[in-house]
Design a protein around this ligand. Structure first.
Ligand SMILES: [Zn+2]
Length: 249
């Protein structure tokens, strides 16, 4: 794999073993602007890699160093995600730079193929399982929505990166929505925490839980992101819990 060096001063020392791969979109006008920001010492942001829309891969930070891409985030009880992850920024304007008609800009195949090749290489070298490949929105659901509902997670899962729910129900009847208080909400929250999400078991569909449900939907059911626990969302959460329980991936 041809990798272009573009050194960033924005890194420090890792204090944890690498166990996660985090995918982002840049959310800026183009790759050039994103690269200049991530290599600017004043910006204090970076990632290990950036993948351009034409498939070119830039390396900004050595994998053994701690790049600054995650911000305030949490997964499986760990909050120092910069220290235990590798971050890939994928050039895409996302929600910040939509197309003139309002649609989200699609990720070209050549770019996604490069993301797949790079991710597989990283996963192999660091023994990162498919369940440990996450979106920024998974680790910071209250703040972040990248790489977005237009990111082809299903295609990545078909290539062995990430998980994609199979055989889920079409039933979208509402089970729990914002403000509901129920023992069942606690069960959903513990399920989310078991998957790895930074969910607290409060028994209430509070704002934090709604945001996590949105993150689950953004990734696993991109056609409808409403923060409501309907039958289908419930099915997706249950499926994720089962996969997580039945394997060590
Ligand atoms: Zn991000």
């Amino acid at each position: 794999m041809n990798i272009i060096k573009a050194s960033s001063p924005n890194f420090d020392a890792r204090t944890l073993e690498i166990s996660l791969l985090i995918l982002h979109y840049t959310g800026m006008e183009n790759g050039e602007v994103a690269l200049s920001r991530m290599t600017d010492a004043d910006a204090k942001v970076s990632a290990h890699y950036m993948v351009e829309t034409d498939g070119r891969v830039f390396q900004l930070v050595d994998e053994n160093k701690r790049a600054w891409h995650a911000g305030v985030s949490e997964w499986a009880g760990e909050t120092n995600i910069n220290s235990n992850s590798i971050g890939i920024e994928i050039v895409n304007g996302g929600h910040n730079v939509p197309l003139p008609n309002g649609d989200l800009p699609s990720y070209p195949d050549v770019q996604i193929n490069a993301v797949i090749a790079l991710s597989k290489d990283i996963m192999t070298r660091h023994s990162i399982g498919p369940f440990s490949v996450l979106g920024h929105s998974d680790i910071a659901p209250a703040r972040k929505i990248d790489p977005g509902e237009h990111f082809p997670w299903a295609g990545l899962a078909a290539a062995g990166i990430g998980h994609w729910p199979q055989h889920i129900t079409d039933d979208t009847r509402i089970v729990f929505e914002r403000g509901d208080r129920d023992r069942g909400v606690s069960a959903v929250q513990s399920g989310l925490a078991h998957i790895g999400y930074g969910a607290r078991v409060s028994g209430v569909m509070d704002e934090e839980t709604v945001k996590i449900i949105e993150a689950v939907q953004r990734r696993y059911r991109p056609t409808r992101i409403d923060g409501v626990v309907d039958m289908q969302t419930m099915d997706i959460v249950k499926g994720l819990v089962e996969v997580k329980t039945s394997s060590f991936i």
